[in-house]
Ligand binder design. Structure first.
Ligand SMILES: [Zn+2]
Ligand SMILES: [Zn+2]
Length: 261
């Protein structure tokens, strides 16, 4: 099973990072995609470091919309350099976050668009973070993105209409712990509707732990709890869902994974 979105570099894991990774492997998580946003520029290699240290990690690089304000001209060449690392399979997480508005929206747009250009040049898929900014995110993607390269709407927790829009743009839905929350009926409808070749599992650890760990620190091993819920929802066995989502991941990131093999 694959955790397609985690932040194991987070300082929340400083006391026991190796144990967390060990528990993930014990739980059957063979691959974790470490999201390389870290603390933001100039520190852009958090995920690459994990990928260098552990065979079970792949990495992305990118500037989170929260940190758009910290981008400098030299950030982009550095991102390009890191993206060429053999285990860096995509660009992200990038997008828009109007919930916190930690960076001015205009700057979030500019940084998002620059990342899309960079990902197109490098021919890499993207990982999207969008919160309370659905319409603007879709508009920017329609204008500035090449859907053929693919990507993930991570922590997808919208409804069927939004799922359809994302899938029409050739994206996968990254489904995480929210799927297990009592009030997430709308998202569960979308997760039931999505074509089986468009779904992926994620934790977003250390955030958004699934039931029964809700409210606690999340970790990659808990992706299994979200998987169980999703398998039941789709009428699949856990093994079938595992195989399917693993294939989806391999297909999406095949450009870099084939070079690695
Ligand atoms: Zn996110
Ligand atoms: Zn994240």
């Amino acid at each position: 099973m694959i955790d397609t979105h985690c932040h194991v570099d987070s300082d929340q894991f400083d006391p026991d990072r190796e144990a967390v990774i060990h528990r993930a492997l014990e739980a059957g998580i063979t691959t974790m995609l470490a999201i390389g946003t870290g603390e933001g520029p100039p520190h852009l290699d958090a995920a690459i470091q994990l990928a260098n240290q552990h065979s079970c990690f792949l990495a992305t690089v990118g500037v989170h919309p929260h940190n758009a304000i910290r981008v400098q001209p030299e950030t982009y060449p550095e991102l390009i350099r890191l993206a060429k690392h053999p285990k860096c399979v995509g660009i992200g997480e990038i997008g828009l976050d109007y919930h916190y508005d930690f960076s001015p929206r205009e700057q979030q747009h500019e940084v998002f668009i620059r990342h899309l250009a960079l990902a197109k040049d490098l021919k890499l898929p993207i990982v999207i973070h969008t919160r309370e900014a659905w319409r603007d995110t879709i508009d920017i993607l329609k204008q500035h993105w090449d859907p053929a390269l693919g990507g993930i709407f991570h922590c997808f927790s919208e409804g069927i209409d939004e799922a359809r829009e994302a899938i029409d743009l050739n994206f996968h839905l990254g489904l995480g712990g929210v799927l297990t929350y009592p009030k997430a009926d709308k998202m569960r409808e979308a997760a039931s509707f999505a074509p089986l070749n468009r779904i992926l599992l994620e934790t977003d650890a250390p955030y958004l732990a699934p039931v029964p760990f809700r409210g606690k620190r999340n970790e990659p091993a808990y992706v299994v709890d979200t998987a169980k819920r999703l398998a039941a929802l789709r009428g699949l066995t856990l093994e079938e869902l595992d195989e399917l989502t693993t294939q989806n991941f391999s297909r999406l990131f095949s450009a870099k994974l084939e070079q690695l093999a």
